[in-house]
Design a protein around this ligand. Structure first.
Ligand code: UDP
Ligand code: MG
Length: 331
């Protein structure tokens, strides 16, 4: 694609970890093998795990200087954890990968190949997902369809967060300060050259999914509300529809009254009141979803707080300036 290939200075691999004690070792081994011969760093973000994950990560960091670990002060969630890792990544190409080995690290060399040839965002597309519940697959499919329809942003369906980004594209993503993050949408939104690579998503190596139904719903709402106004506009639309019905109905009632065929219908009135009341509450709720998110954004709280870092340049806590990646003051 480009006349001369890009030169890799450092590859960063960012993995969020929440209670993944059984996966730490295998993940490290597989990334190390996959990145053989490539200058790389592995940035683990421990999202306040309560099992042995933090200790295992620290041991890794002590034995291999290429491994750095960020311990967050509490559980901030998947997207915030990835963001923390991305902001501390130093590479000029950065991979984000789930810490449960559902995304095969063996795909990284192939992604790198595309990057060298000039692609900026190379995202994994899952062609097959064993070990996931029927429910998860169906809801995921619906979600991607709804998302594309509503936002007009073409998220490749079945693409997860597994992707490699060029530094320039990553900086564009990191410059988006929003708190309710839908990273896979944001990486598409920034543009640049996007290239899919397909892979088979494995079943979890160990443990269970951390996404409960509730978290998935919040995630879906975050995704849609941060990329579209359509739900808000739906309220306006409904308002128009009902106004038109009322305008059409009014003369009918008057005519019926004059003609004497008017029967007082209490149940009809009740029904209409309930219907309209319900719709009003729903629209107020939708507006509330947005207002709540605006409130979140306006507060401008940091996305995450770092308790401790290992092998992070200077071990500084970056929560004062979370959007500045790696500005280590000279000692
Ligand atoms: N994760 C995290 N914080 C959380 C929940 C999940 O860092 O609060 C990590 C988790 O350890 C895993 C990745 O995010 O590496 C994806 O989570 P999970 O596998 O539970 O999601 P799924 O693959 O089921 O969508
Ligand atoms: Mg998973």
């Amino acid at each position: 694609m480009h006349p001369q290939d890009r030169e890799l200075r450092l590859l960063s691999v960012v993995a969020p970890m929440f209670d993944e004690e059984d996966t730490v070792g295998p993940l490290y081994e597989r990334v190390r093998t996959a990145c053989e011969g490539v200058p790389f760093e592995l940035v683990f973000v421990d999202d306040a795990s309560s099992d042995r994950t933090p200790d295992l990560l620290d041991q890794l960091a002590d034995s291999d200087p290429r491994v750095s670990v960020l311990h967050l002060s509490r559980n901030f969630g998947h997207q915030a954890a990835i963001t923390a890792g991305l902001e501390h990544a130093r590479g000029n190409a950065v991979v984000m990968i789930d810490g449960d080995l559902q995304d095969p690290p063996e795909l990284i060399p192939k992604m790198l190949e595309h990057w060298r040839q000039g692609s900026d965002v190379i995202y994994g597309v899952r062609d097959h997902r064993p070990g996931e519940t029927r429910f998860k697959l169906t809801t995921a499919r619906w979600f991607y369809r709804l998302f594309a329809r509503i936002t007009g942003l073409d998220l490749q369906k079945n693409s997860g967060d597994f992707r490699l980004m060029d530094r320039q594209a990553l900086d564009a993503v990191l410059s988006m300060p929003e708190r309710n993050r839908f990273l896979r949408g944001m990486t598409v939104w920034v543009g640049f050259t996007q290239t899919p690579v397909t892979y088979t998503r494995d079943a979890r190596h160990a443990g269970e999914t951390k996404y409960t139904l509730r978290r998935m719903m919040k995630f879906a709402l975050d995704a849609i509300s941060s990329f579209s106004w359509l739900p808000l506009q739906a309220a306006t639309l409904l308002g128009f529809v009902f106004s038109i019905v009322a305008f059409l109905g009014l003369p009918l009632v008057i005519v019926a009254r004059i003609a004497g065929i008017y029967v007082p219908g209490v149940s009809t009135i009740l029904f209409v009141i309930l219907l309209l009341g319900g719709i009003q509450l729903i629209t107020v709720g939708i507006i509330g979803e947005y207002v709540g998110r605006i409130y979140d954004e306006v507060k401008g709280r940091p996305l995450y707080v770092v308790r401790e870092g290992r092998n992070i340049g200077g071990d500084e806590a970056p929560d004062e300036a979370p959007s500045e990646p790696q500005r280590v003051p000279a000692p």
